[in-house]
Design a protein around this ligand. Sequence first.
Ligand code: GDP
Length: 301
Amino acid sequence: MISILSGGTGTPKLLQGIIEIINPADITVIVNTLENNYFSGVYVAADLDTVMYTLAGIINQDTWYGIQGDTFITHDTLKEIGCPETLRIGDQDRGIKIQKTLLLDKYRLSEAVEIQRRKLGIKSKILPMSDQDSQIIIHTDEGYMEFHQFLVENQGQPNVLDLHYPEVKPAPGVIESIEQSEMVLIGPSNPITSVGPIISGEGVLKALKKVYVVAISPIIGDNPFSGPAAKFMQAQGHEVSCLGVAKIYKDFLDKFIIDYKDAHYQKKIEKLITEVMVTQTNMKNLEDKVMLARSIFGEFL
Ligand code: GDP
């Protein structure tokens, strides 16, 4: 069994490669939930839905949220009649979000996700990192902002001074899944706002220290591939490079995978982490994703 810690872009991309070479039923994906919130009356669990849609083969790969080929009739109508519609949610996507919102009246988030992943025919387990509601707060020079307010409404522009999120209780199965895994994989996800919150869950770090953990750097060169990781890393005093990420993960990591372009960091990182692998981590197409998955799981296959 393999557990994979995921945010909503880099790791889902890699998941597409992983499920080509590993039986999806042997995979549990533990997903960040700190960006979850209500928008236009529906509960939006962005990273969870991206992981679900990726594993169901219906993700919109242009945006890494929503469903490929979705229509936006409801979104356009709501905007016309004056709804703020902060997020552009497609019709099918909204249907799934409405169902999740309704399920949450009766069930915990982890149970709602379990019902939905089965309905979508997904064989892998998907676990929210927590059933507890708690949001990340971004302290900017323009005030405190919730994640989507910063990223969508303000287009990630304000200077970030710091970030805060509470420690939450892991959802049922999270600790067990980590402890029972032959390998825990930390995908190329934002170390501050996606992976950090999962690891900060009660008991997660302790569980990670007991098992074999591999991570892939989301930073190639001195830039994240996409998204606001650089701003968030800087705000917390980290150098924006694979070395900076290695320093964040060093206490529990057994193997770190960095890109060819960062080969010059290998020696420095080897002083922090036992095993360092240098390979192509830039995933432009399915072939790249499968190749990276093979490099990660070579000896496990
Ligand atoms: P979010 O929830 O949308 O922020 O997504 P994630 O946390 O899962 O992933 C964001 C991170 O993925 C960013 O820091 C990117 O640099 C990284 N990323 C995206 N695509 C790639 C890729 O092809 N290769 C690598 N190495 N990192 C990637």
